[in-house]
Design a protein around this ligand. Sequence first.
Ligand code: NAD
Length: 478
Amino acid sequence: MTIDFFADYSMTIDGATVTSPATFETWNPATEEMIARVPDAHRDQLEAAVTAARRAFPAWSARPVAERQALLARVGEVIERHAEDFMRLLTLEQGKARAGAEWEIGGSAIWCREIATQSLPVHVAERSAGRSVETRRVPLGVVGGITPWNFPVLLAVWKIAPALVAGNTMVLKPSPYTPLCTLKLGELLRDVLPAGVLNIVSGGNDLGAWMTAHPGIDKISFTGSTATGRRIMESASGNLKRITLELGGNDPAIVLPDVDIAETARQLFWAAFQNSAQFCVAAKRLYIHEDIYDDLSTALVDYARTVRVGDGSRQGTDLGPIQNRMQFEKLKALLADARAEGQHFLLGGEVDDGPGFFVPVTIVDNPPEDSRVVVEEAFGPVLPLLRFRDVDDVVRRANDTEYGLAASVWSRDTDQARAIAERIEAGTVWINEIHSFSPHVAFGGHKQSGIGIENALDGLAEYTNAQTIVTRTHQAAG
Ligand code: NAD
């Protein structure tokens, strides 16, 4: 199928092209130029999407799982076949540099292929002469997917693949800041999936709220901020929707004094600034042992000076802009606050006039533990370095947050690092590496970083209900 990735953005409802009289604009964050207008779904159009998904559900859920898996593998092939267009469009709408776009689009294809190998086994609790007790997993019905703007394609695929393999149908809404790749994915898949199985609707936050309250949607799978997650949990209670919430984080990285300074500095740089730090699991607080604080912070700054921030579509750019003006203004306010408090910047801190939402790599030297740059999720390239002396103290400080998404520990002494990792309140703790994800490894937040799991069989199970069937094969004589 030949489609133009750079024009004519439409929604996909019941396998068909749907536009809307109302539209909203999408912008290139590197140039502040408008890219395109996209449909702003009306409430009736959401109704149509939910109706189509409900209508498609009986046939889709009745298909053998192997057929659904095969179709998901084809979704991965489609992404792979159109990878170049996806990467260019992703950079245009999201801002990320080429390497980041390759990681995201390549990862999306891999996820489809790998989730397509998964299925949930029937659990046999008893099988004896005359009686069996089995628990199997059945799909929920219609899943509403709501995604953010930092990894618009990969995070959509993290929902589409397990939801569909498990036998559900879907209505998916991308972020209004980055709807373009998701709309094109819907367009490409009209020829691949049966009508109504995957409906893609675009619109603002209201559309998301309509979805979470909709009685025809059985589950919400959401990735986004903790504030929105709380609203969704409240609004989803009407019909006791199942929810999976992947929310914000304020991940600590704890660096012990025995690390290789230069190598760790390089790894920590990318741990913190990948995707211009618009990453839920970015290392957001760097706790460095006082014995190496000066050496490591110098090495980090030296490495940071070699990294090029700019338009992601230009060759040689390592880090792109902030994705949208709202986030850009939030970061400028955060930096102004740090300056007003007299904090010391080892690097960056000053935002130039546009065009483009560019924030330089900013490293803050040991700010107070209760300052905004430490307590808040910046979701941008502003990194506090914090000194510590004592392990008990650093564990307490690392855990002193409402978040619990991920963390990392860096040391040659992996026993000690492991002992620290076990004391961290977070869903993932990496030791001497970071940001390794897999379709076969569970990912989810503790505390206010979320509810539920994505990926692995635990993640697949979240798209199902358990059904226990108890069979007595010989009826007792009446
Ligand atoms: P956001 O919560 O503002 O928006 C996310 C999505 O929710 C968008 O599609 C938006 O339109 C929709 N939405 C907004 N209000 C809604 C409402 N009341 N009801 C239903 N839907 C609504 O988040 P964002 O700014 O797009 O993303 C940044 C946040 O996402 C950060 O906090 C980041 O840490 C988090 N995030 C978490 C993960 C994770 O896996 N834990 C991954 C990526 C991003």
